[in-house]
Design a protein around this ligand. Structure first.
Ligand code: NAD
Length: 492
């Protein structure tokens, strides 16, 4: 039997063992096979990475922007060359299907491509003669050392909402992957290493709470991005902000989709099923509640039930599989408990996906697509983030009630409307209190050149990840007012 690898950290251009005394097992959720052991790095590892990044910043910020993005062009090519292997690694450790993993890596690469435009995107502004003989300009400068703390559900993509922009803007960087899925970043840092980036510009520290707390408290770390659950987002936002850092923290979600009676039901059902059950429901933009309005109740309910029943569940690496396992046994137990909670609250279990037998993967963390019908809009199950392949059906009489339901939620990550009415779509877009809106779209994920919005308890901070927001987040503005002796009049 092969020895199980203990994953190293990448600090100051070197792969090195963590000084951790504790390691966690990294598990393939489809088979429960142990893939590796990840260190729970102590504060001293974070401190070492931060000192290396702070030292590297001195030269990196002076490297012309055009030169800085050359490393990103190299990275883009390396990511393309290793695309299949990276997608396979995501599936191995995270469970999603190979197609979903490829989609994730495509999104990661898209962010690298957009960040290559930093020489234009980080330009400032200026105005001559703001007063007689006086010019004023605003320039953008990098912050220094920045860091990202990542969740388990997109091990390849989420770090790329931040990393390419951070370094292209002249900052140096530390990545703390989720301890549940650290393998993808090991491979990506191997590629980052091959780009020849100067030592210390990018660093990888594995771990969990102790490493995170060290990041939050280190005085040389100037900005922190976080993506994960809302309770942790709140904690990280407040502790980091109390330490004077620039913070952006993306939290959990409970995304509703509204189906109007005039919607194209065939398309709506297909898209809604992908949204609810794709990535086994472990997407912050997954549909968690479908609100049927008026006559949509019957047509949609029958169609989504048939689609859910027929979904092919299995190991994400197998051909034809449409849905993989959930991340771990703890998650599986929590999701099963929430399904029961829905039933206890009076919902009808239209399709029960608990404890399926998946041939060849009897030990995996599987739950089949599950549908709860007639869920109480005021009940617990209509409010709690499930983060699994469970869709709750709620019925309301009109679009006003549906929008009021959307706006009554604690979260504000995404809401979608399915309709053929432009007027209904406009009303919804205008009135829904969420950061990402889909109209006849089930997963309203912004392209890399738009910010990944999120409102209410789905986001803490001001500037979001991706696009122009990322450039603003990773730069600080400096305003210069200047007067020079006039060469012709010889006067100030
Ligand atoms: P999580 O909050 O459990 O963990 C996220 C990160 O925080 C991990 O790196 C973990 O090590 C660290 N962490 C966990 N507990 C901590 C603590 N007490 N102190 C300090 N650090 C801690 O999230 P998860 O289970 O990995 O990811 C799923 C969650 O992420 C869901 O709620 C999902 O909605 C959310 N998510 C949100 C978005 C978004 O864009 N809004 C995107 C993806 C995932």
């Amino acid at each position: 039997m092969n020895a199980i690898i203990r994953l190293p950290n990448y600090i100051n251009g070197n792969w090195q063992p963590s000084t951790a005394t504790e390691y966690l097992e990294v598990i393939n959720p489809a088979t429960i096979e142990i893939l590796a052991k990840v260190p729970l790095s102590p504060a001293s590892d974070v401190n070492q990475a931060t000192e290396a990044a702070a030292e590297a910043f001195i030269k990196w910020r002076r490297t012309p922007a055009l030169e800085r993005v050359q490393y990103l062009f190299k990275l883009k090519n390396l990511l393309e060359e290793n695309f299949e292997d990276l997608a396979r690694t995501i599936t191995l450790e995270c469970g999603k299907t190979l197609g979903e993993s490829k989609g994730e890596m495509r999104r990661a690469i898209e962010n690298v491509e957009i960040a290559c435009g930093i020489p234009m995107m980080m330009q400032g502004t200026n105005l001559e003669d703001v007063a007689k003989g006086i010019d004023e300009m605003m320039i953008r400068q990098p912050l220094g050392v920045a860091a990202v703390i990542c969740p388990f559900n997109f091990p390849g993509m989420i770090p790329f909402w931040f990393l390419p922009y951070a370094i292209a803007c002249g900052n140096t960087y530390i990545v703390k992957p989720s301890e549940k899925v650290p393998l993808t970043m090991q491979k990506i840092f191997n590629l980052l290493d091959k780009t020849g980036l100067p030592k210390g510009v990018i660093n990888l520290v594995n771990g969990s709470k102790e490493a995170v707390d060290a990041i939050l408290d280190h005085p040389k770390i100037r900005a922190i991005s976080f993506v994960g659950s809302t309770p942790v987002a709140k904690y990280i936002y407040s502790r980091g902000a109390a330490n004077g850092k620039r913070m952006q923290c993306q939290g959990g979600a409970k995304n509703p989709i509204i189906v109007l009676p005039d919607a194209d039901m065939e398309m709506t059902t297909r898209i809604a099923a992908d949204s609810a059950f794709g990535c086994a429901g472990q997407r912050c933009l997954a549909a968690s509640i479908a609100v049927t309005v008026g006559e949509a109740r019957n047509t949609f309910t029958d169609a989504i039930a048939a689609t859910a029943k027929n979904r092919i569940v299995g190991s994400g690496l197998d051909e034809g599989v449409e849905m993989g396992p959930v991340i771990d046994v703890r998650s599986q137990t929590r999701i099963e408990g929430l399904i029961q909670k829905g039933v206890d609250e009076g919902a009808k279990l239209l399709i029960d996906g608990r404890k399926p037998q998946i041939s060849g993967y009897e030990n995996g963390n599987f739950i089949r697509p599950t549908i709860l019908q007639d869920v109480d809009p005021a009940g617990e199950i209509a409010k709690t983030e499930i983060f699994g392949p469970v869709l709750s059906l709620i019925h309301l009489d009109n679009i006003e009630q549906a929008i009021a339901f959307v706006n009554g939620g604690q979260y504000g990550n995404m809401a979608c409307l399915f309709t053929t009415s432009g007027a209904a779509a406009r009303k919804f877009r205008y009135e829904a209190e969420v950061g990402n809106i889909g109209i006849n779209i089930g997963v309203a994920a912004p392209m890399a050149f738009f910010p990944f919005s999120g409102w209410k308890e789905s986001f803490f901070g001001d500037l979001h990840g991706q696009g122009n927001h990322a450039v603003e987040f990773f730069t600080q503005t400096k305003v210069v007012v200047e007067r020079w002796k006039d060469e012709w009049t010889r006067q100030f």
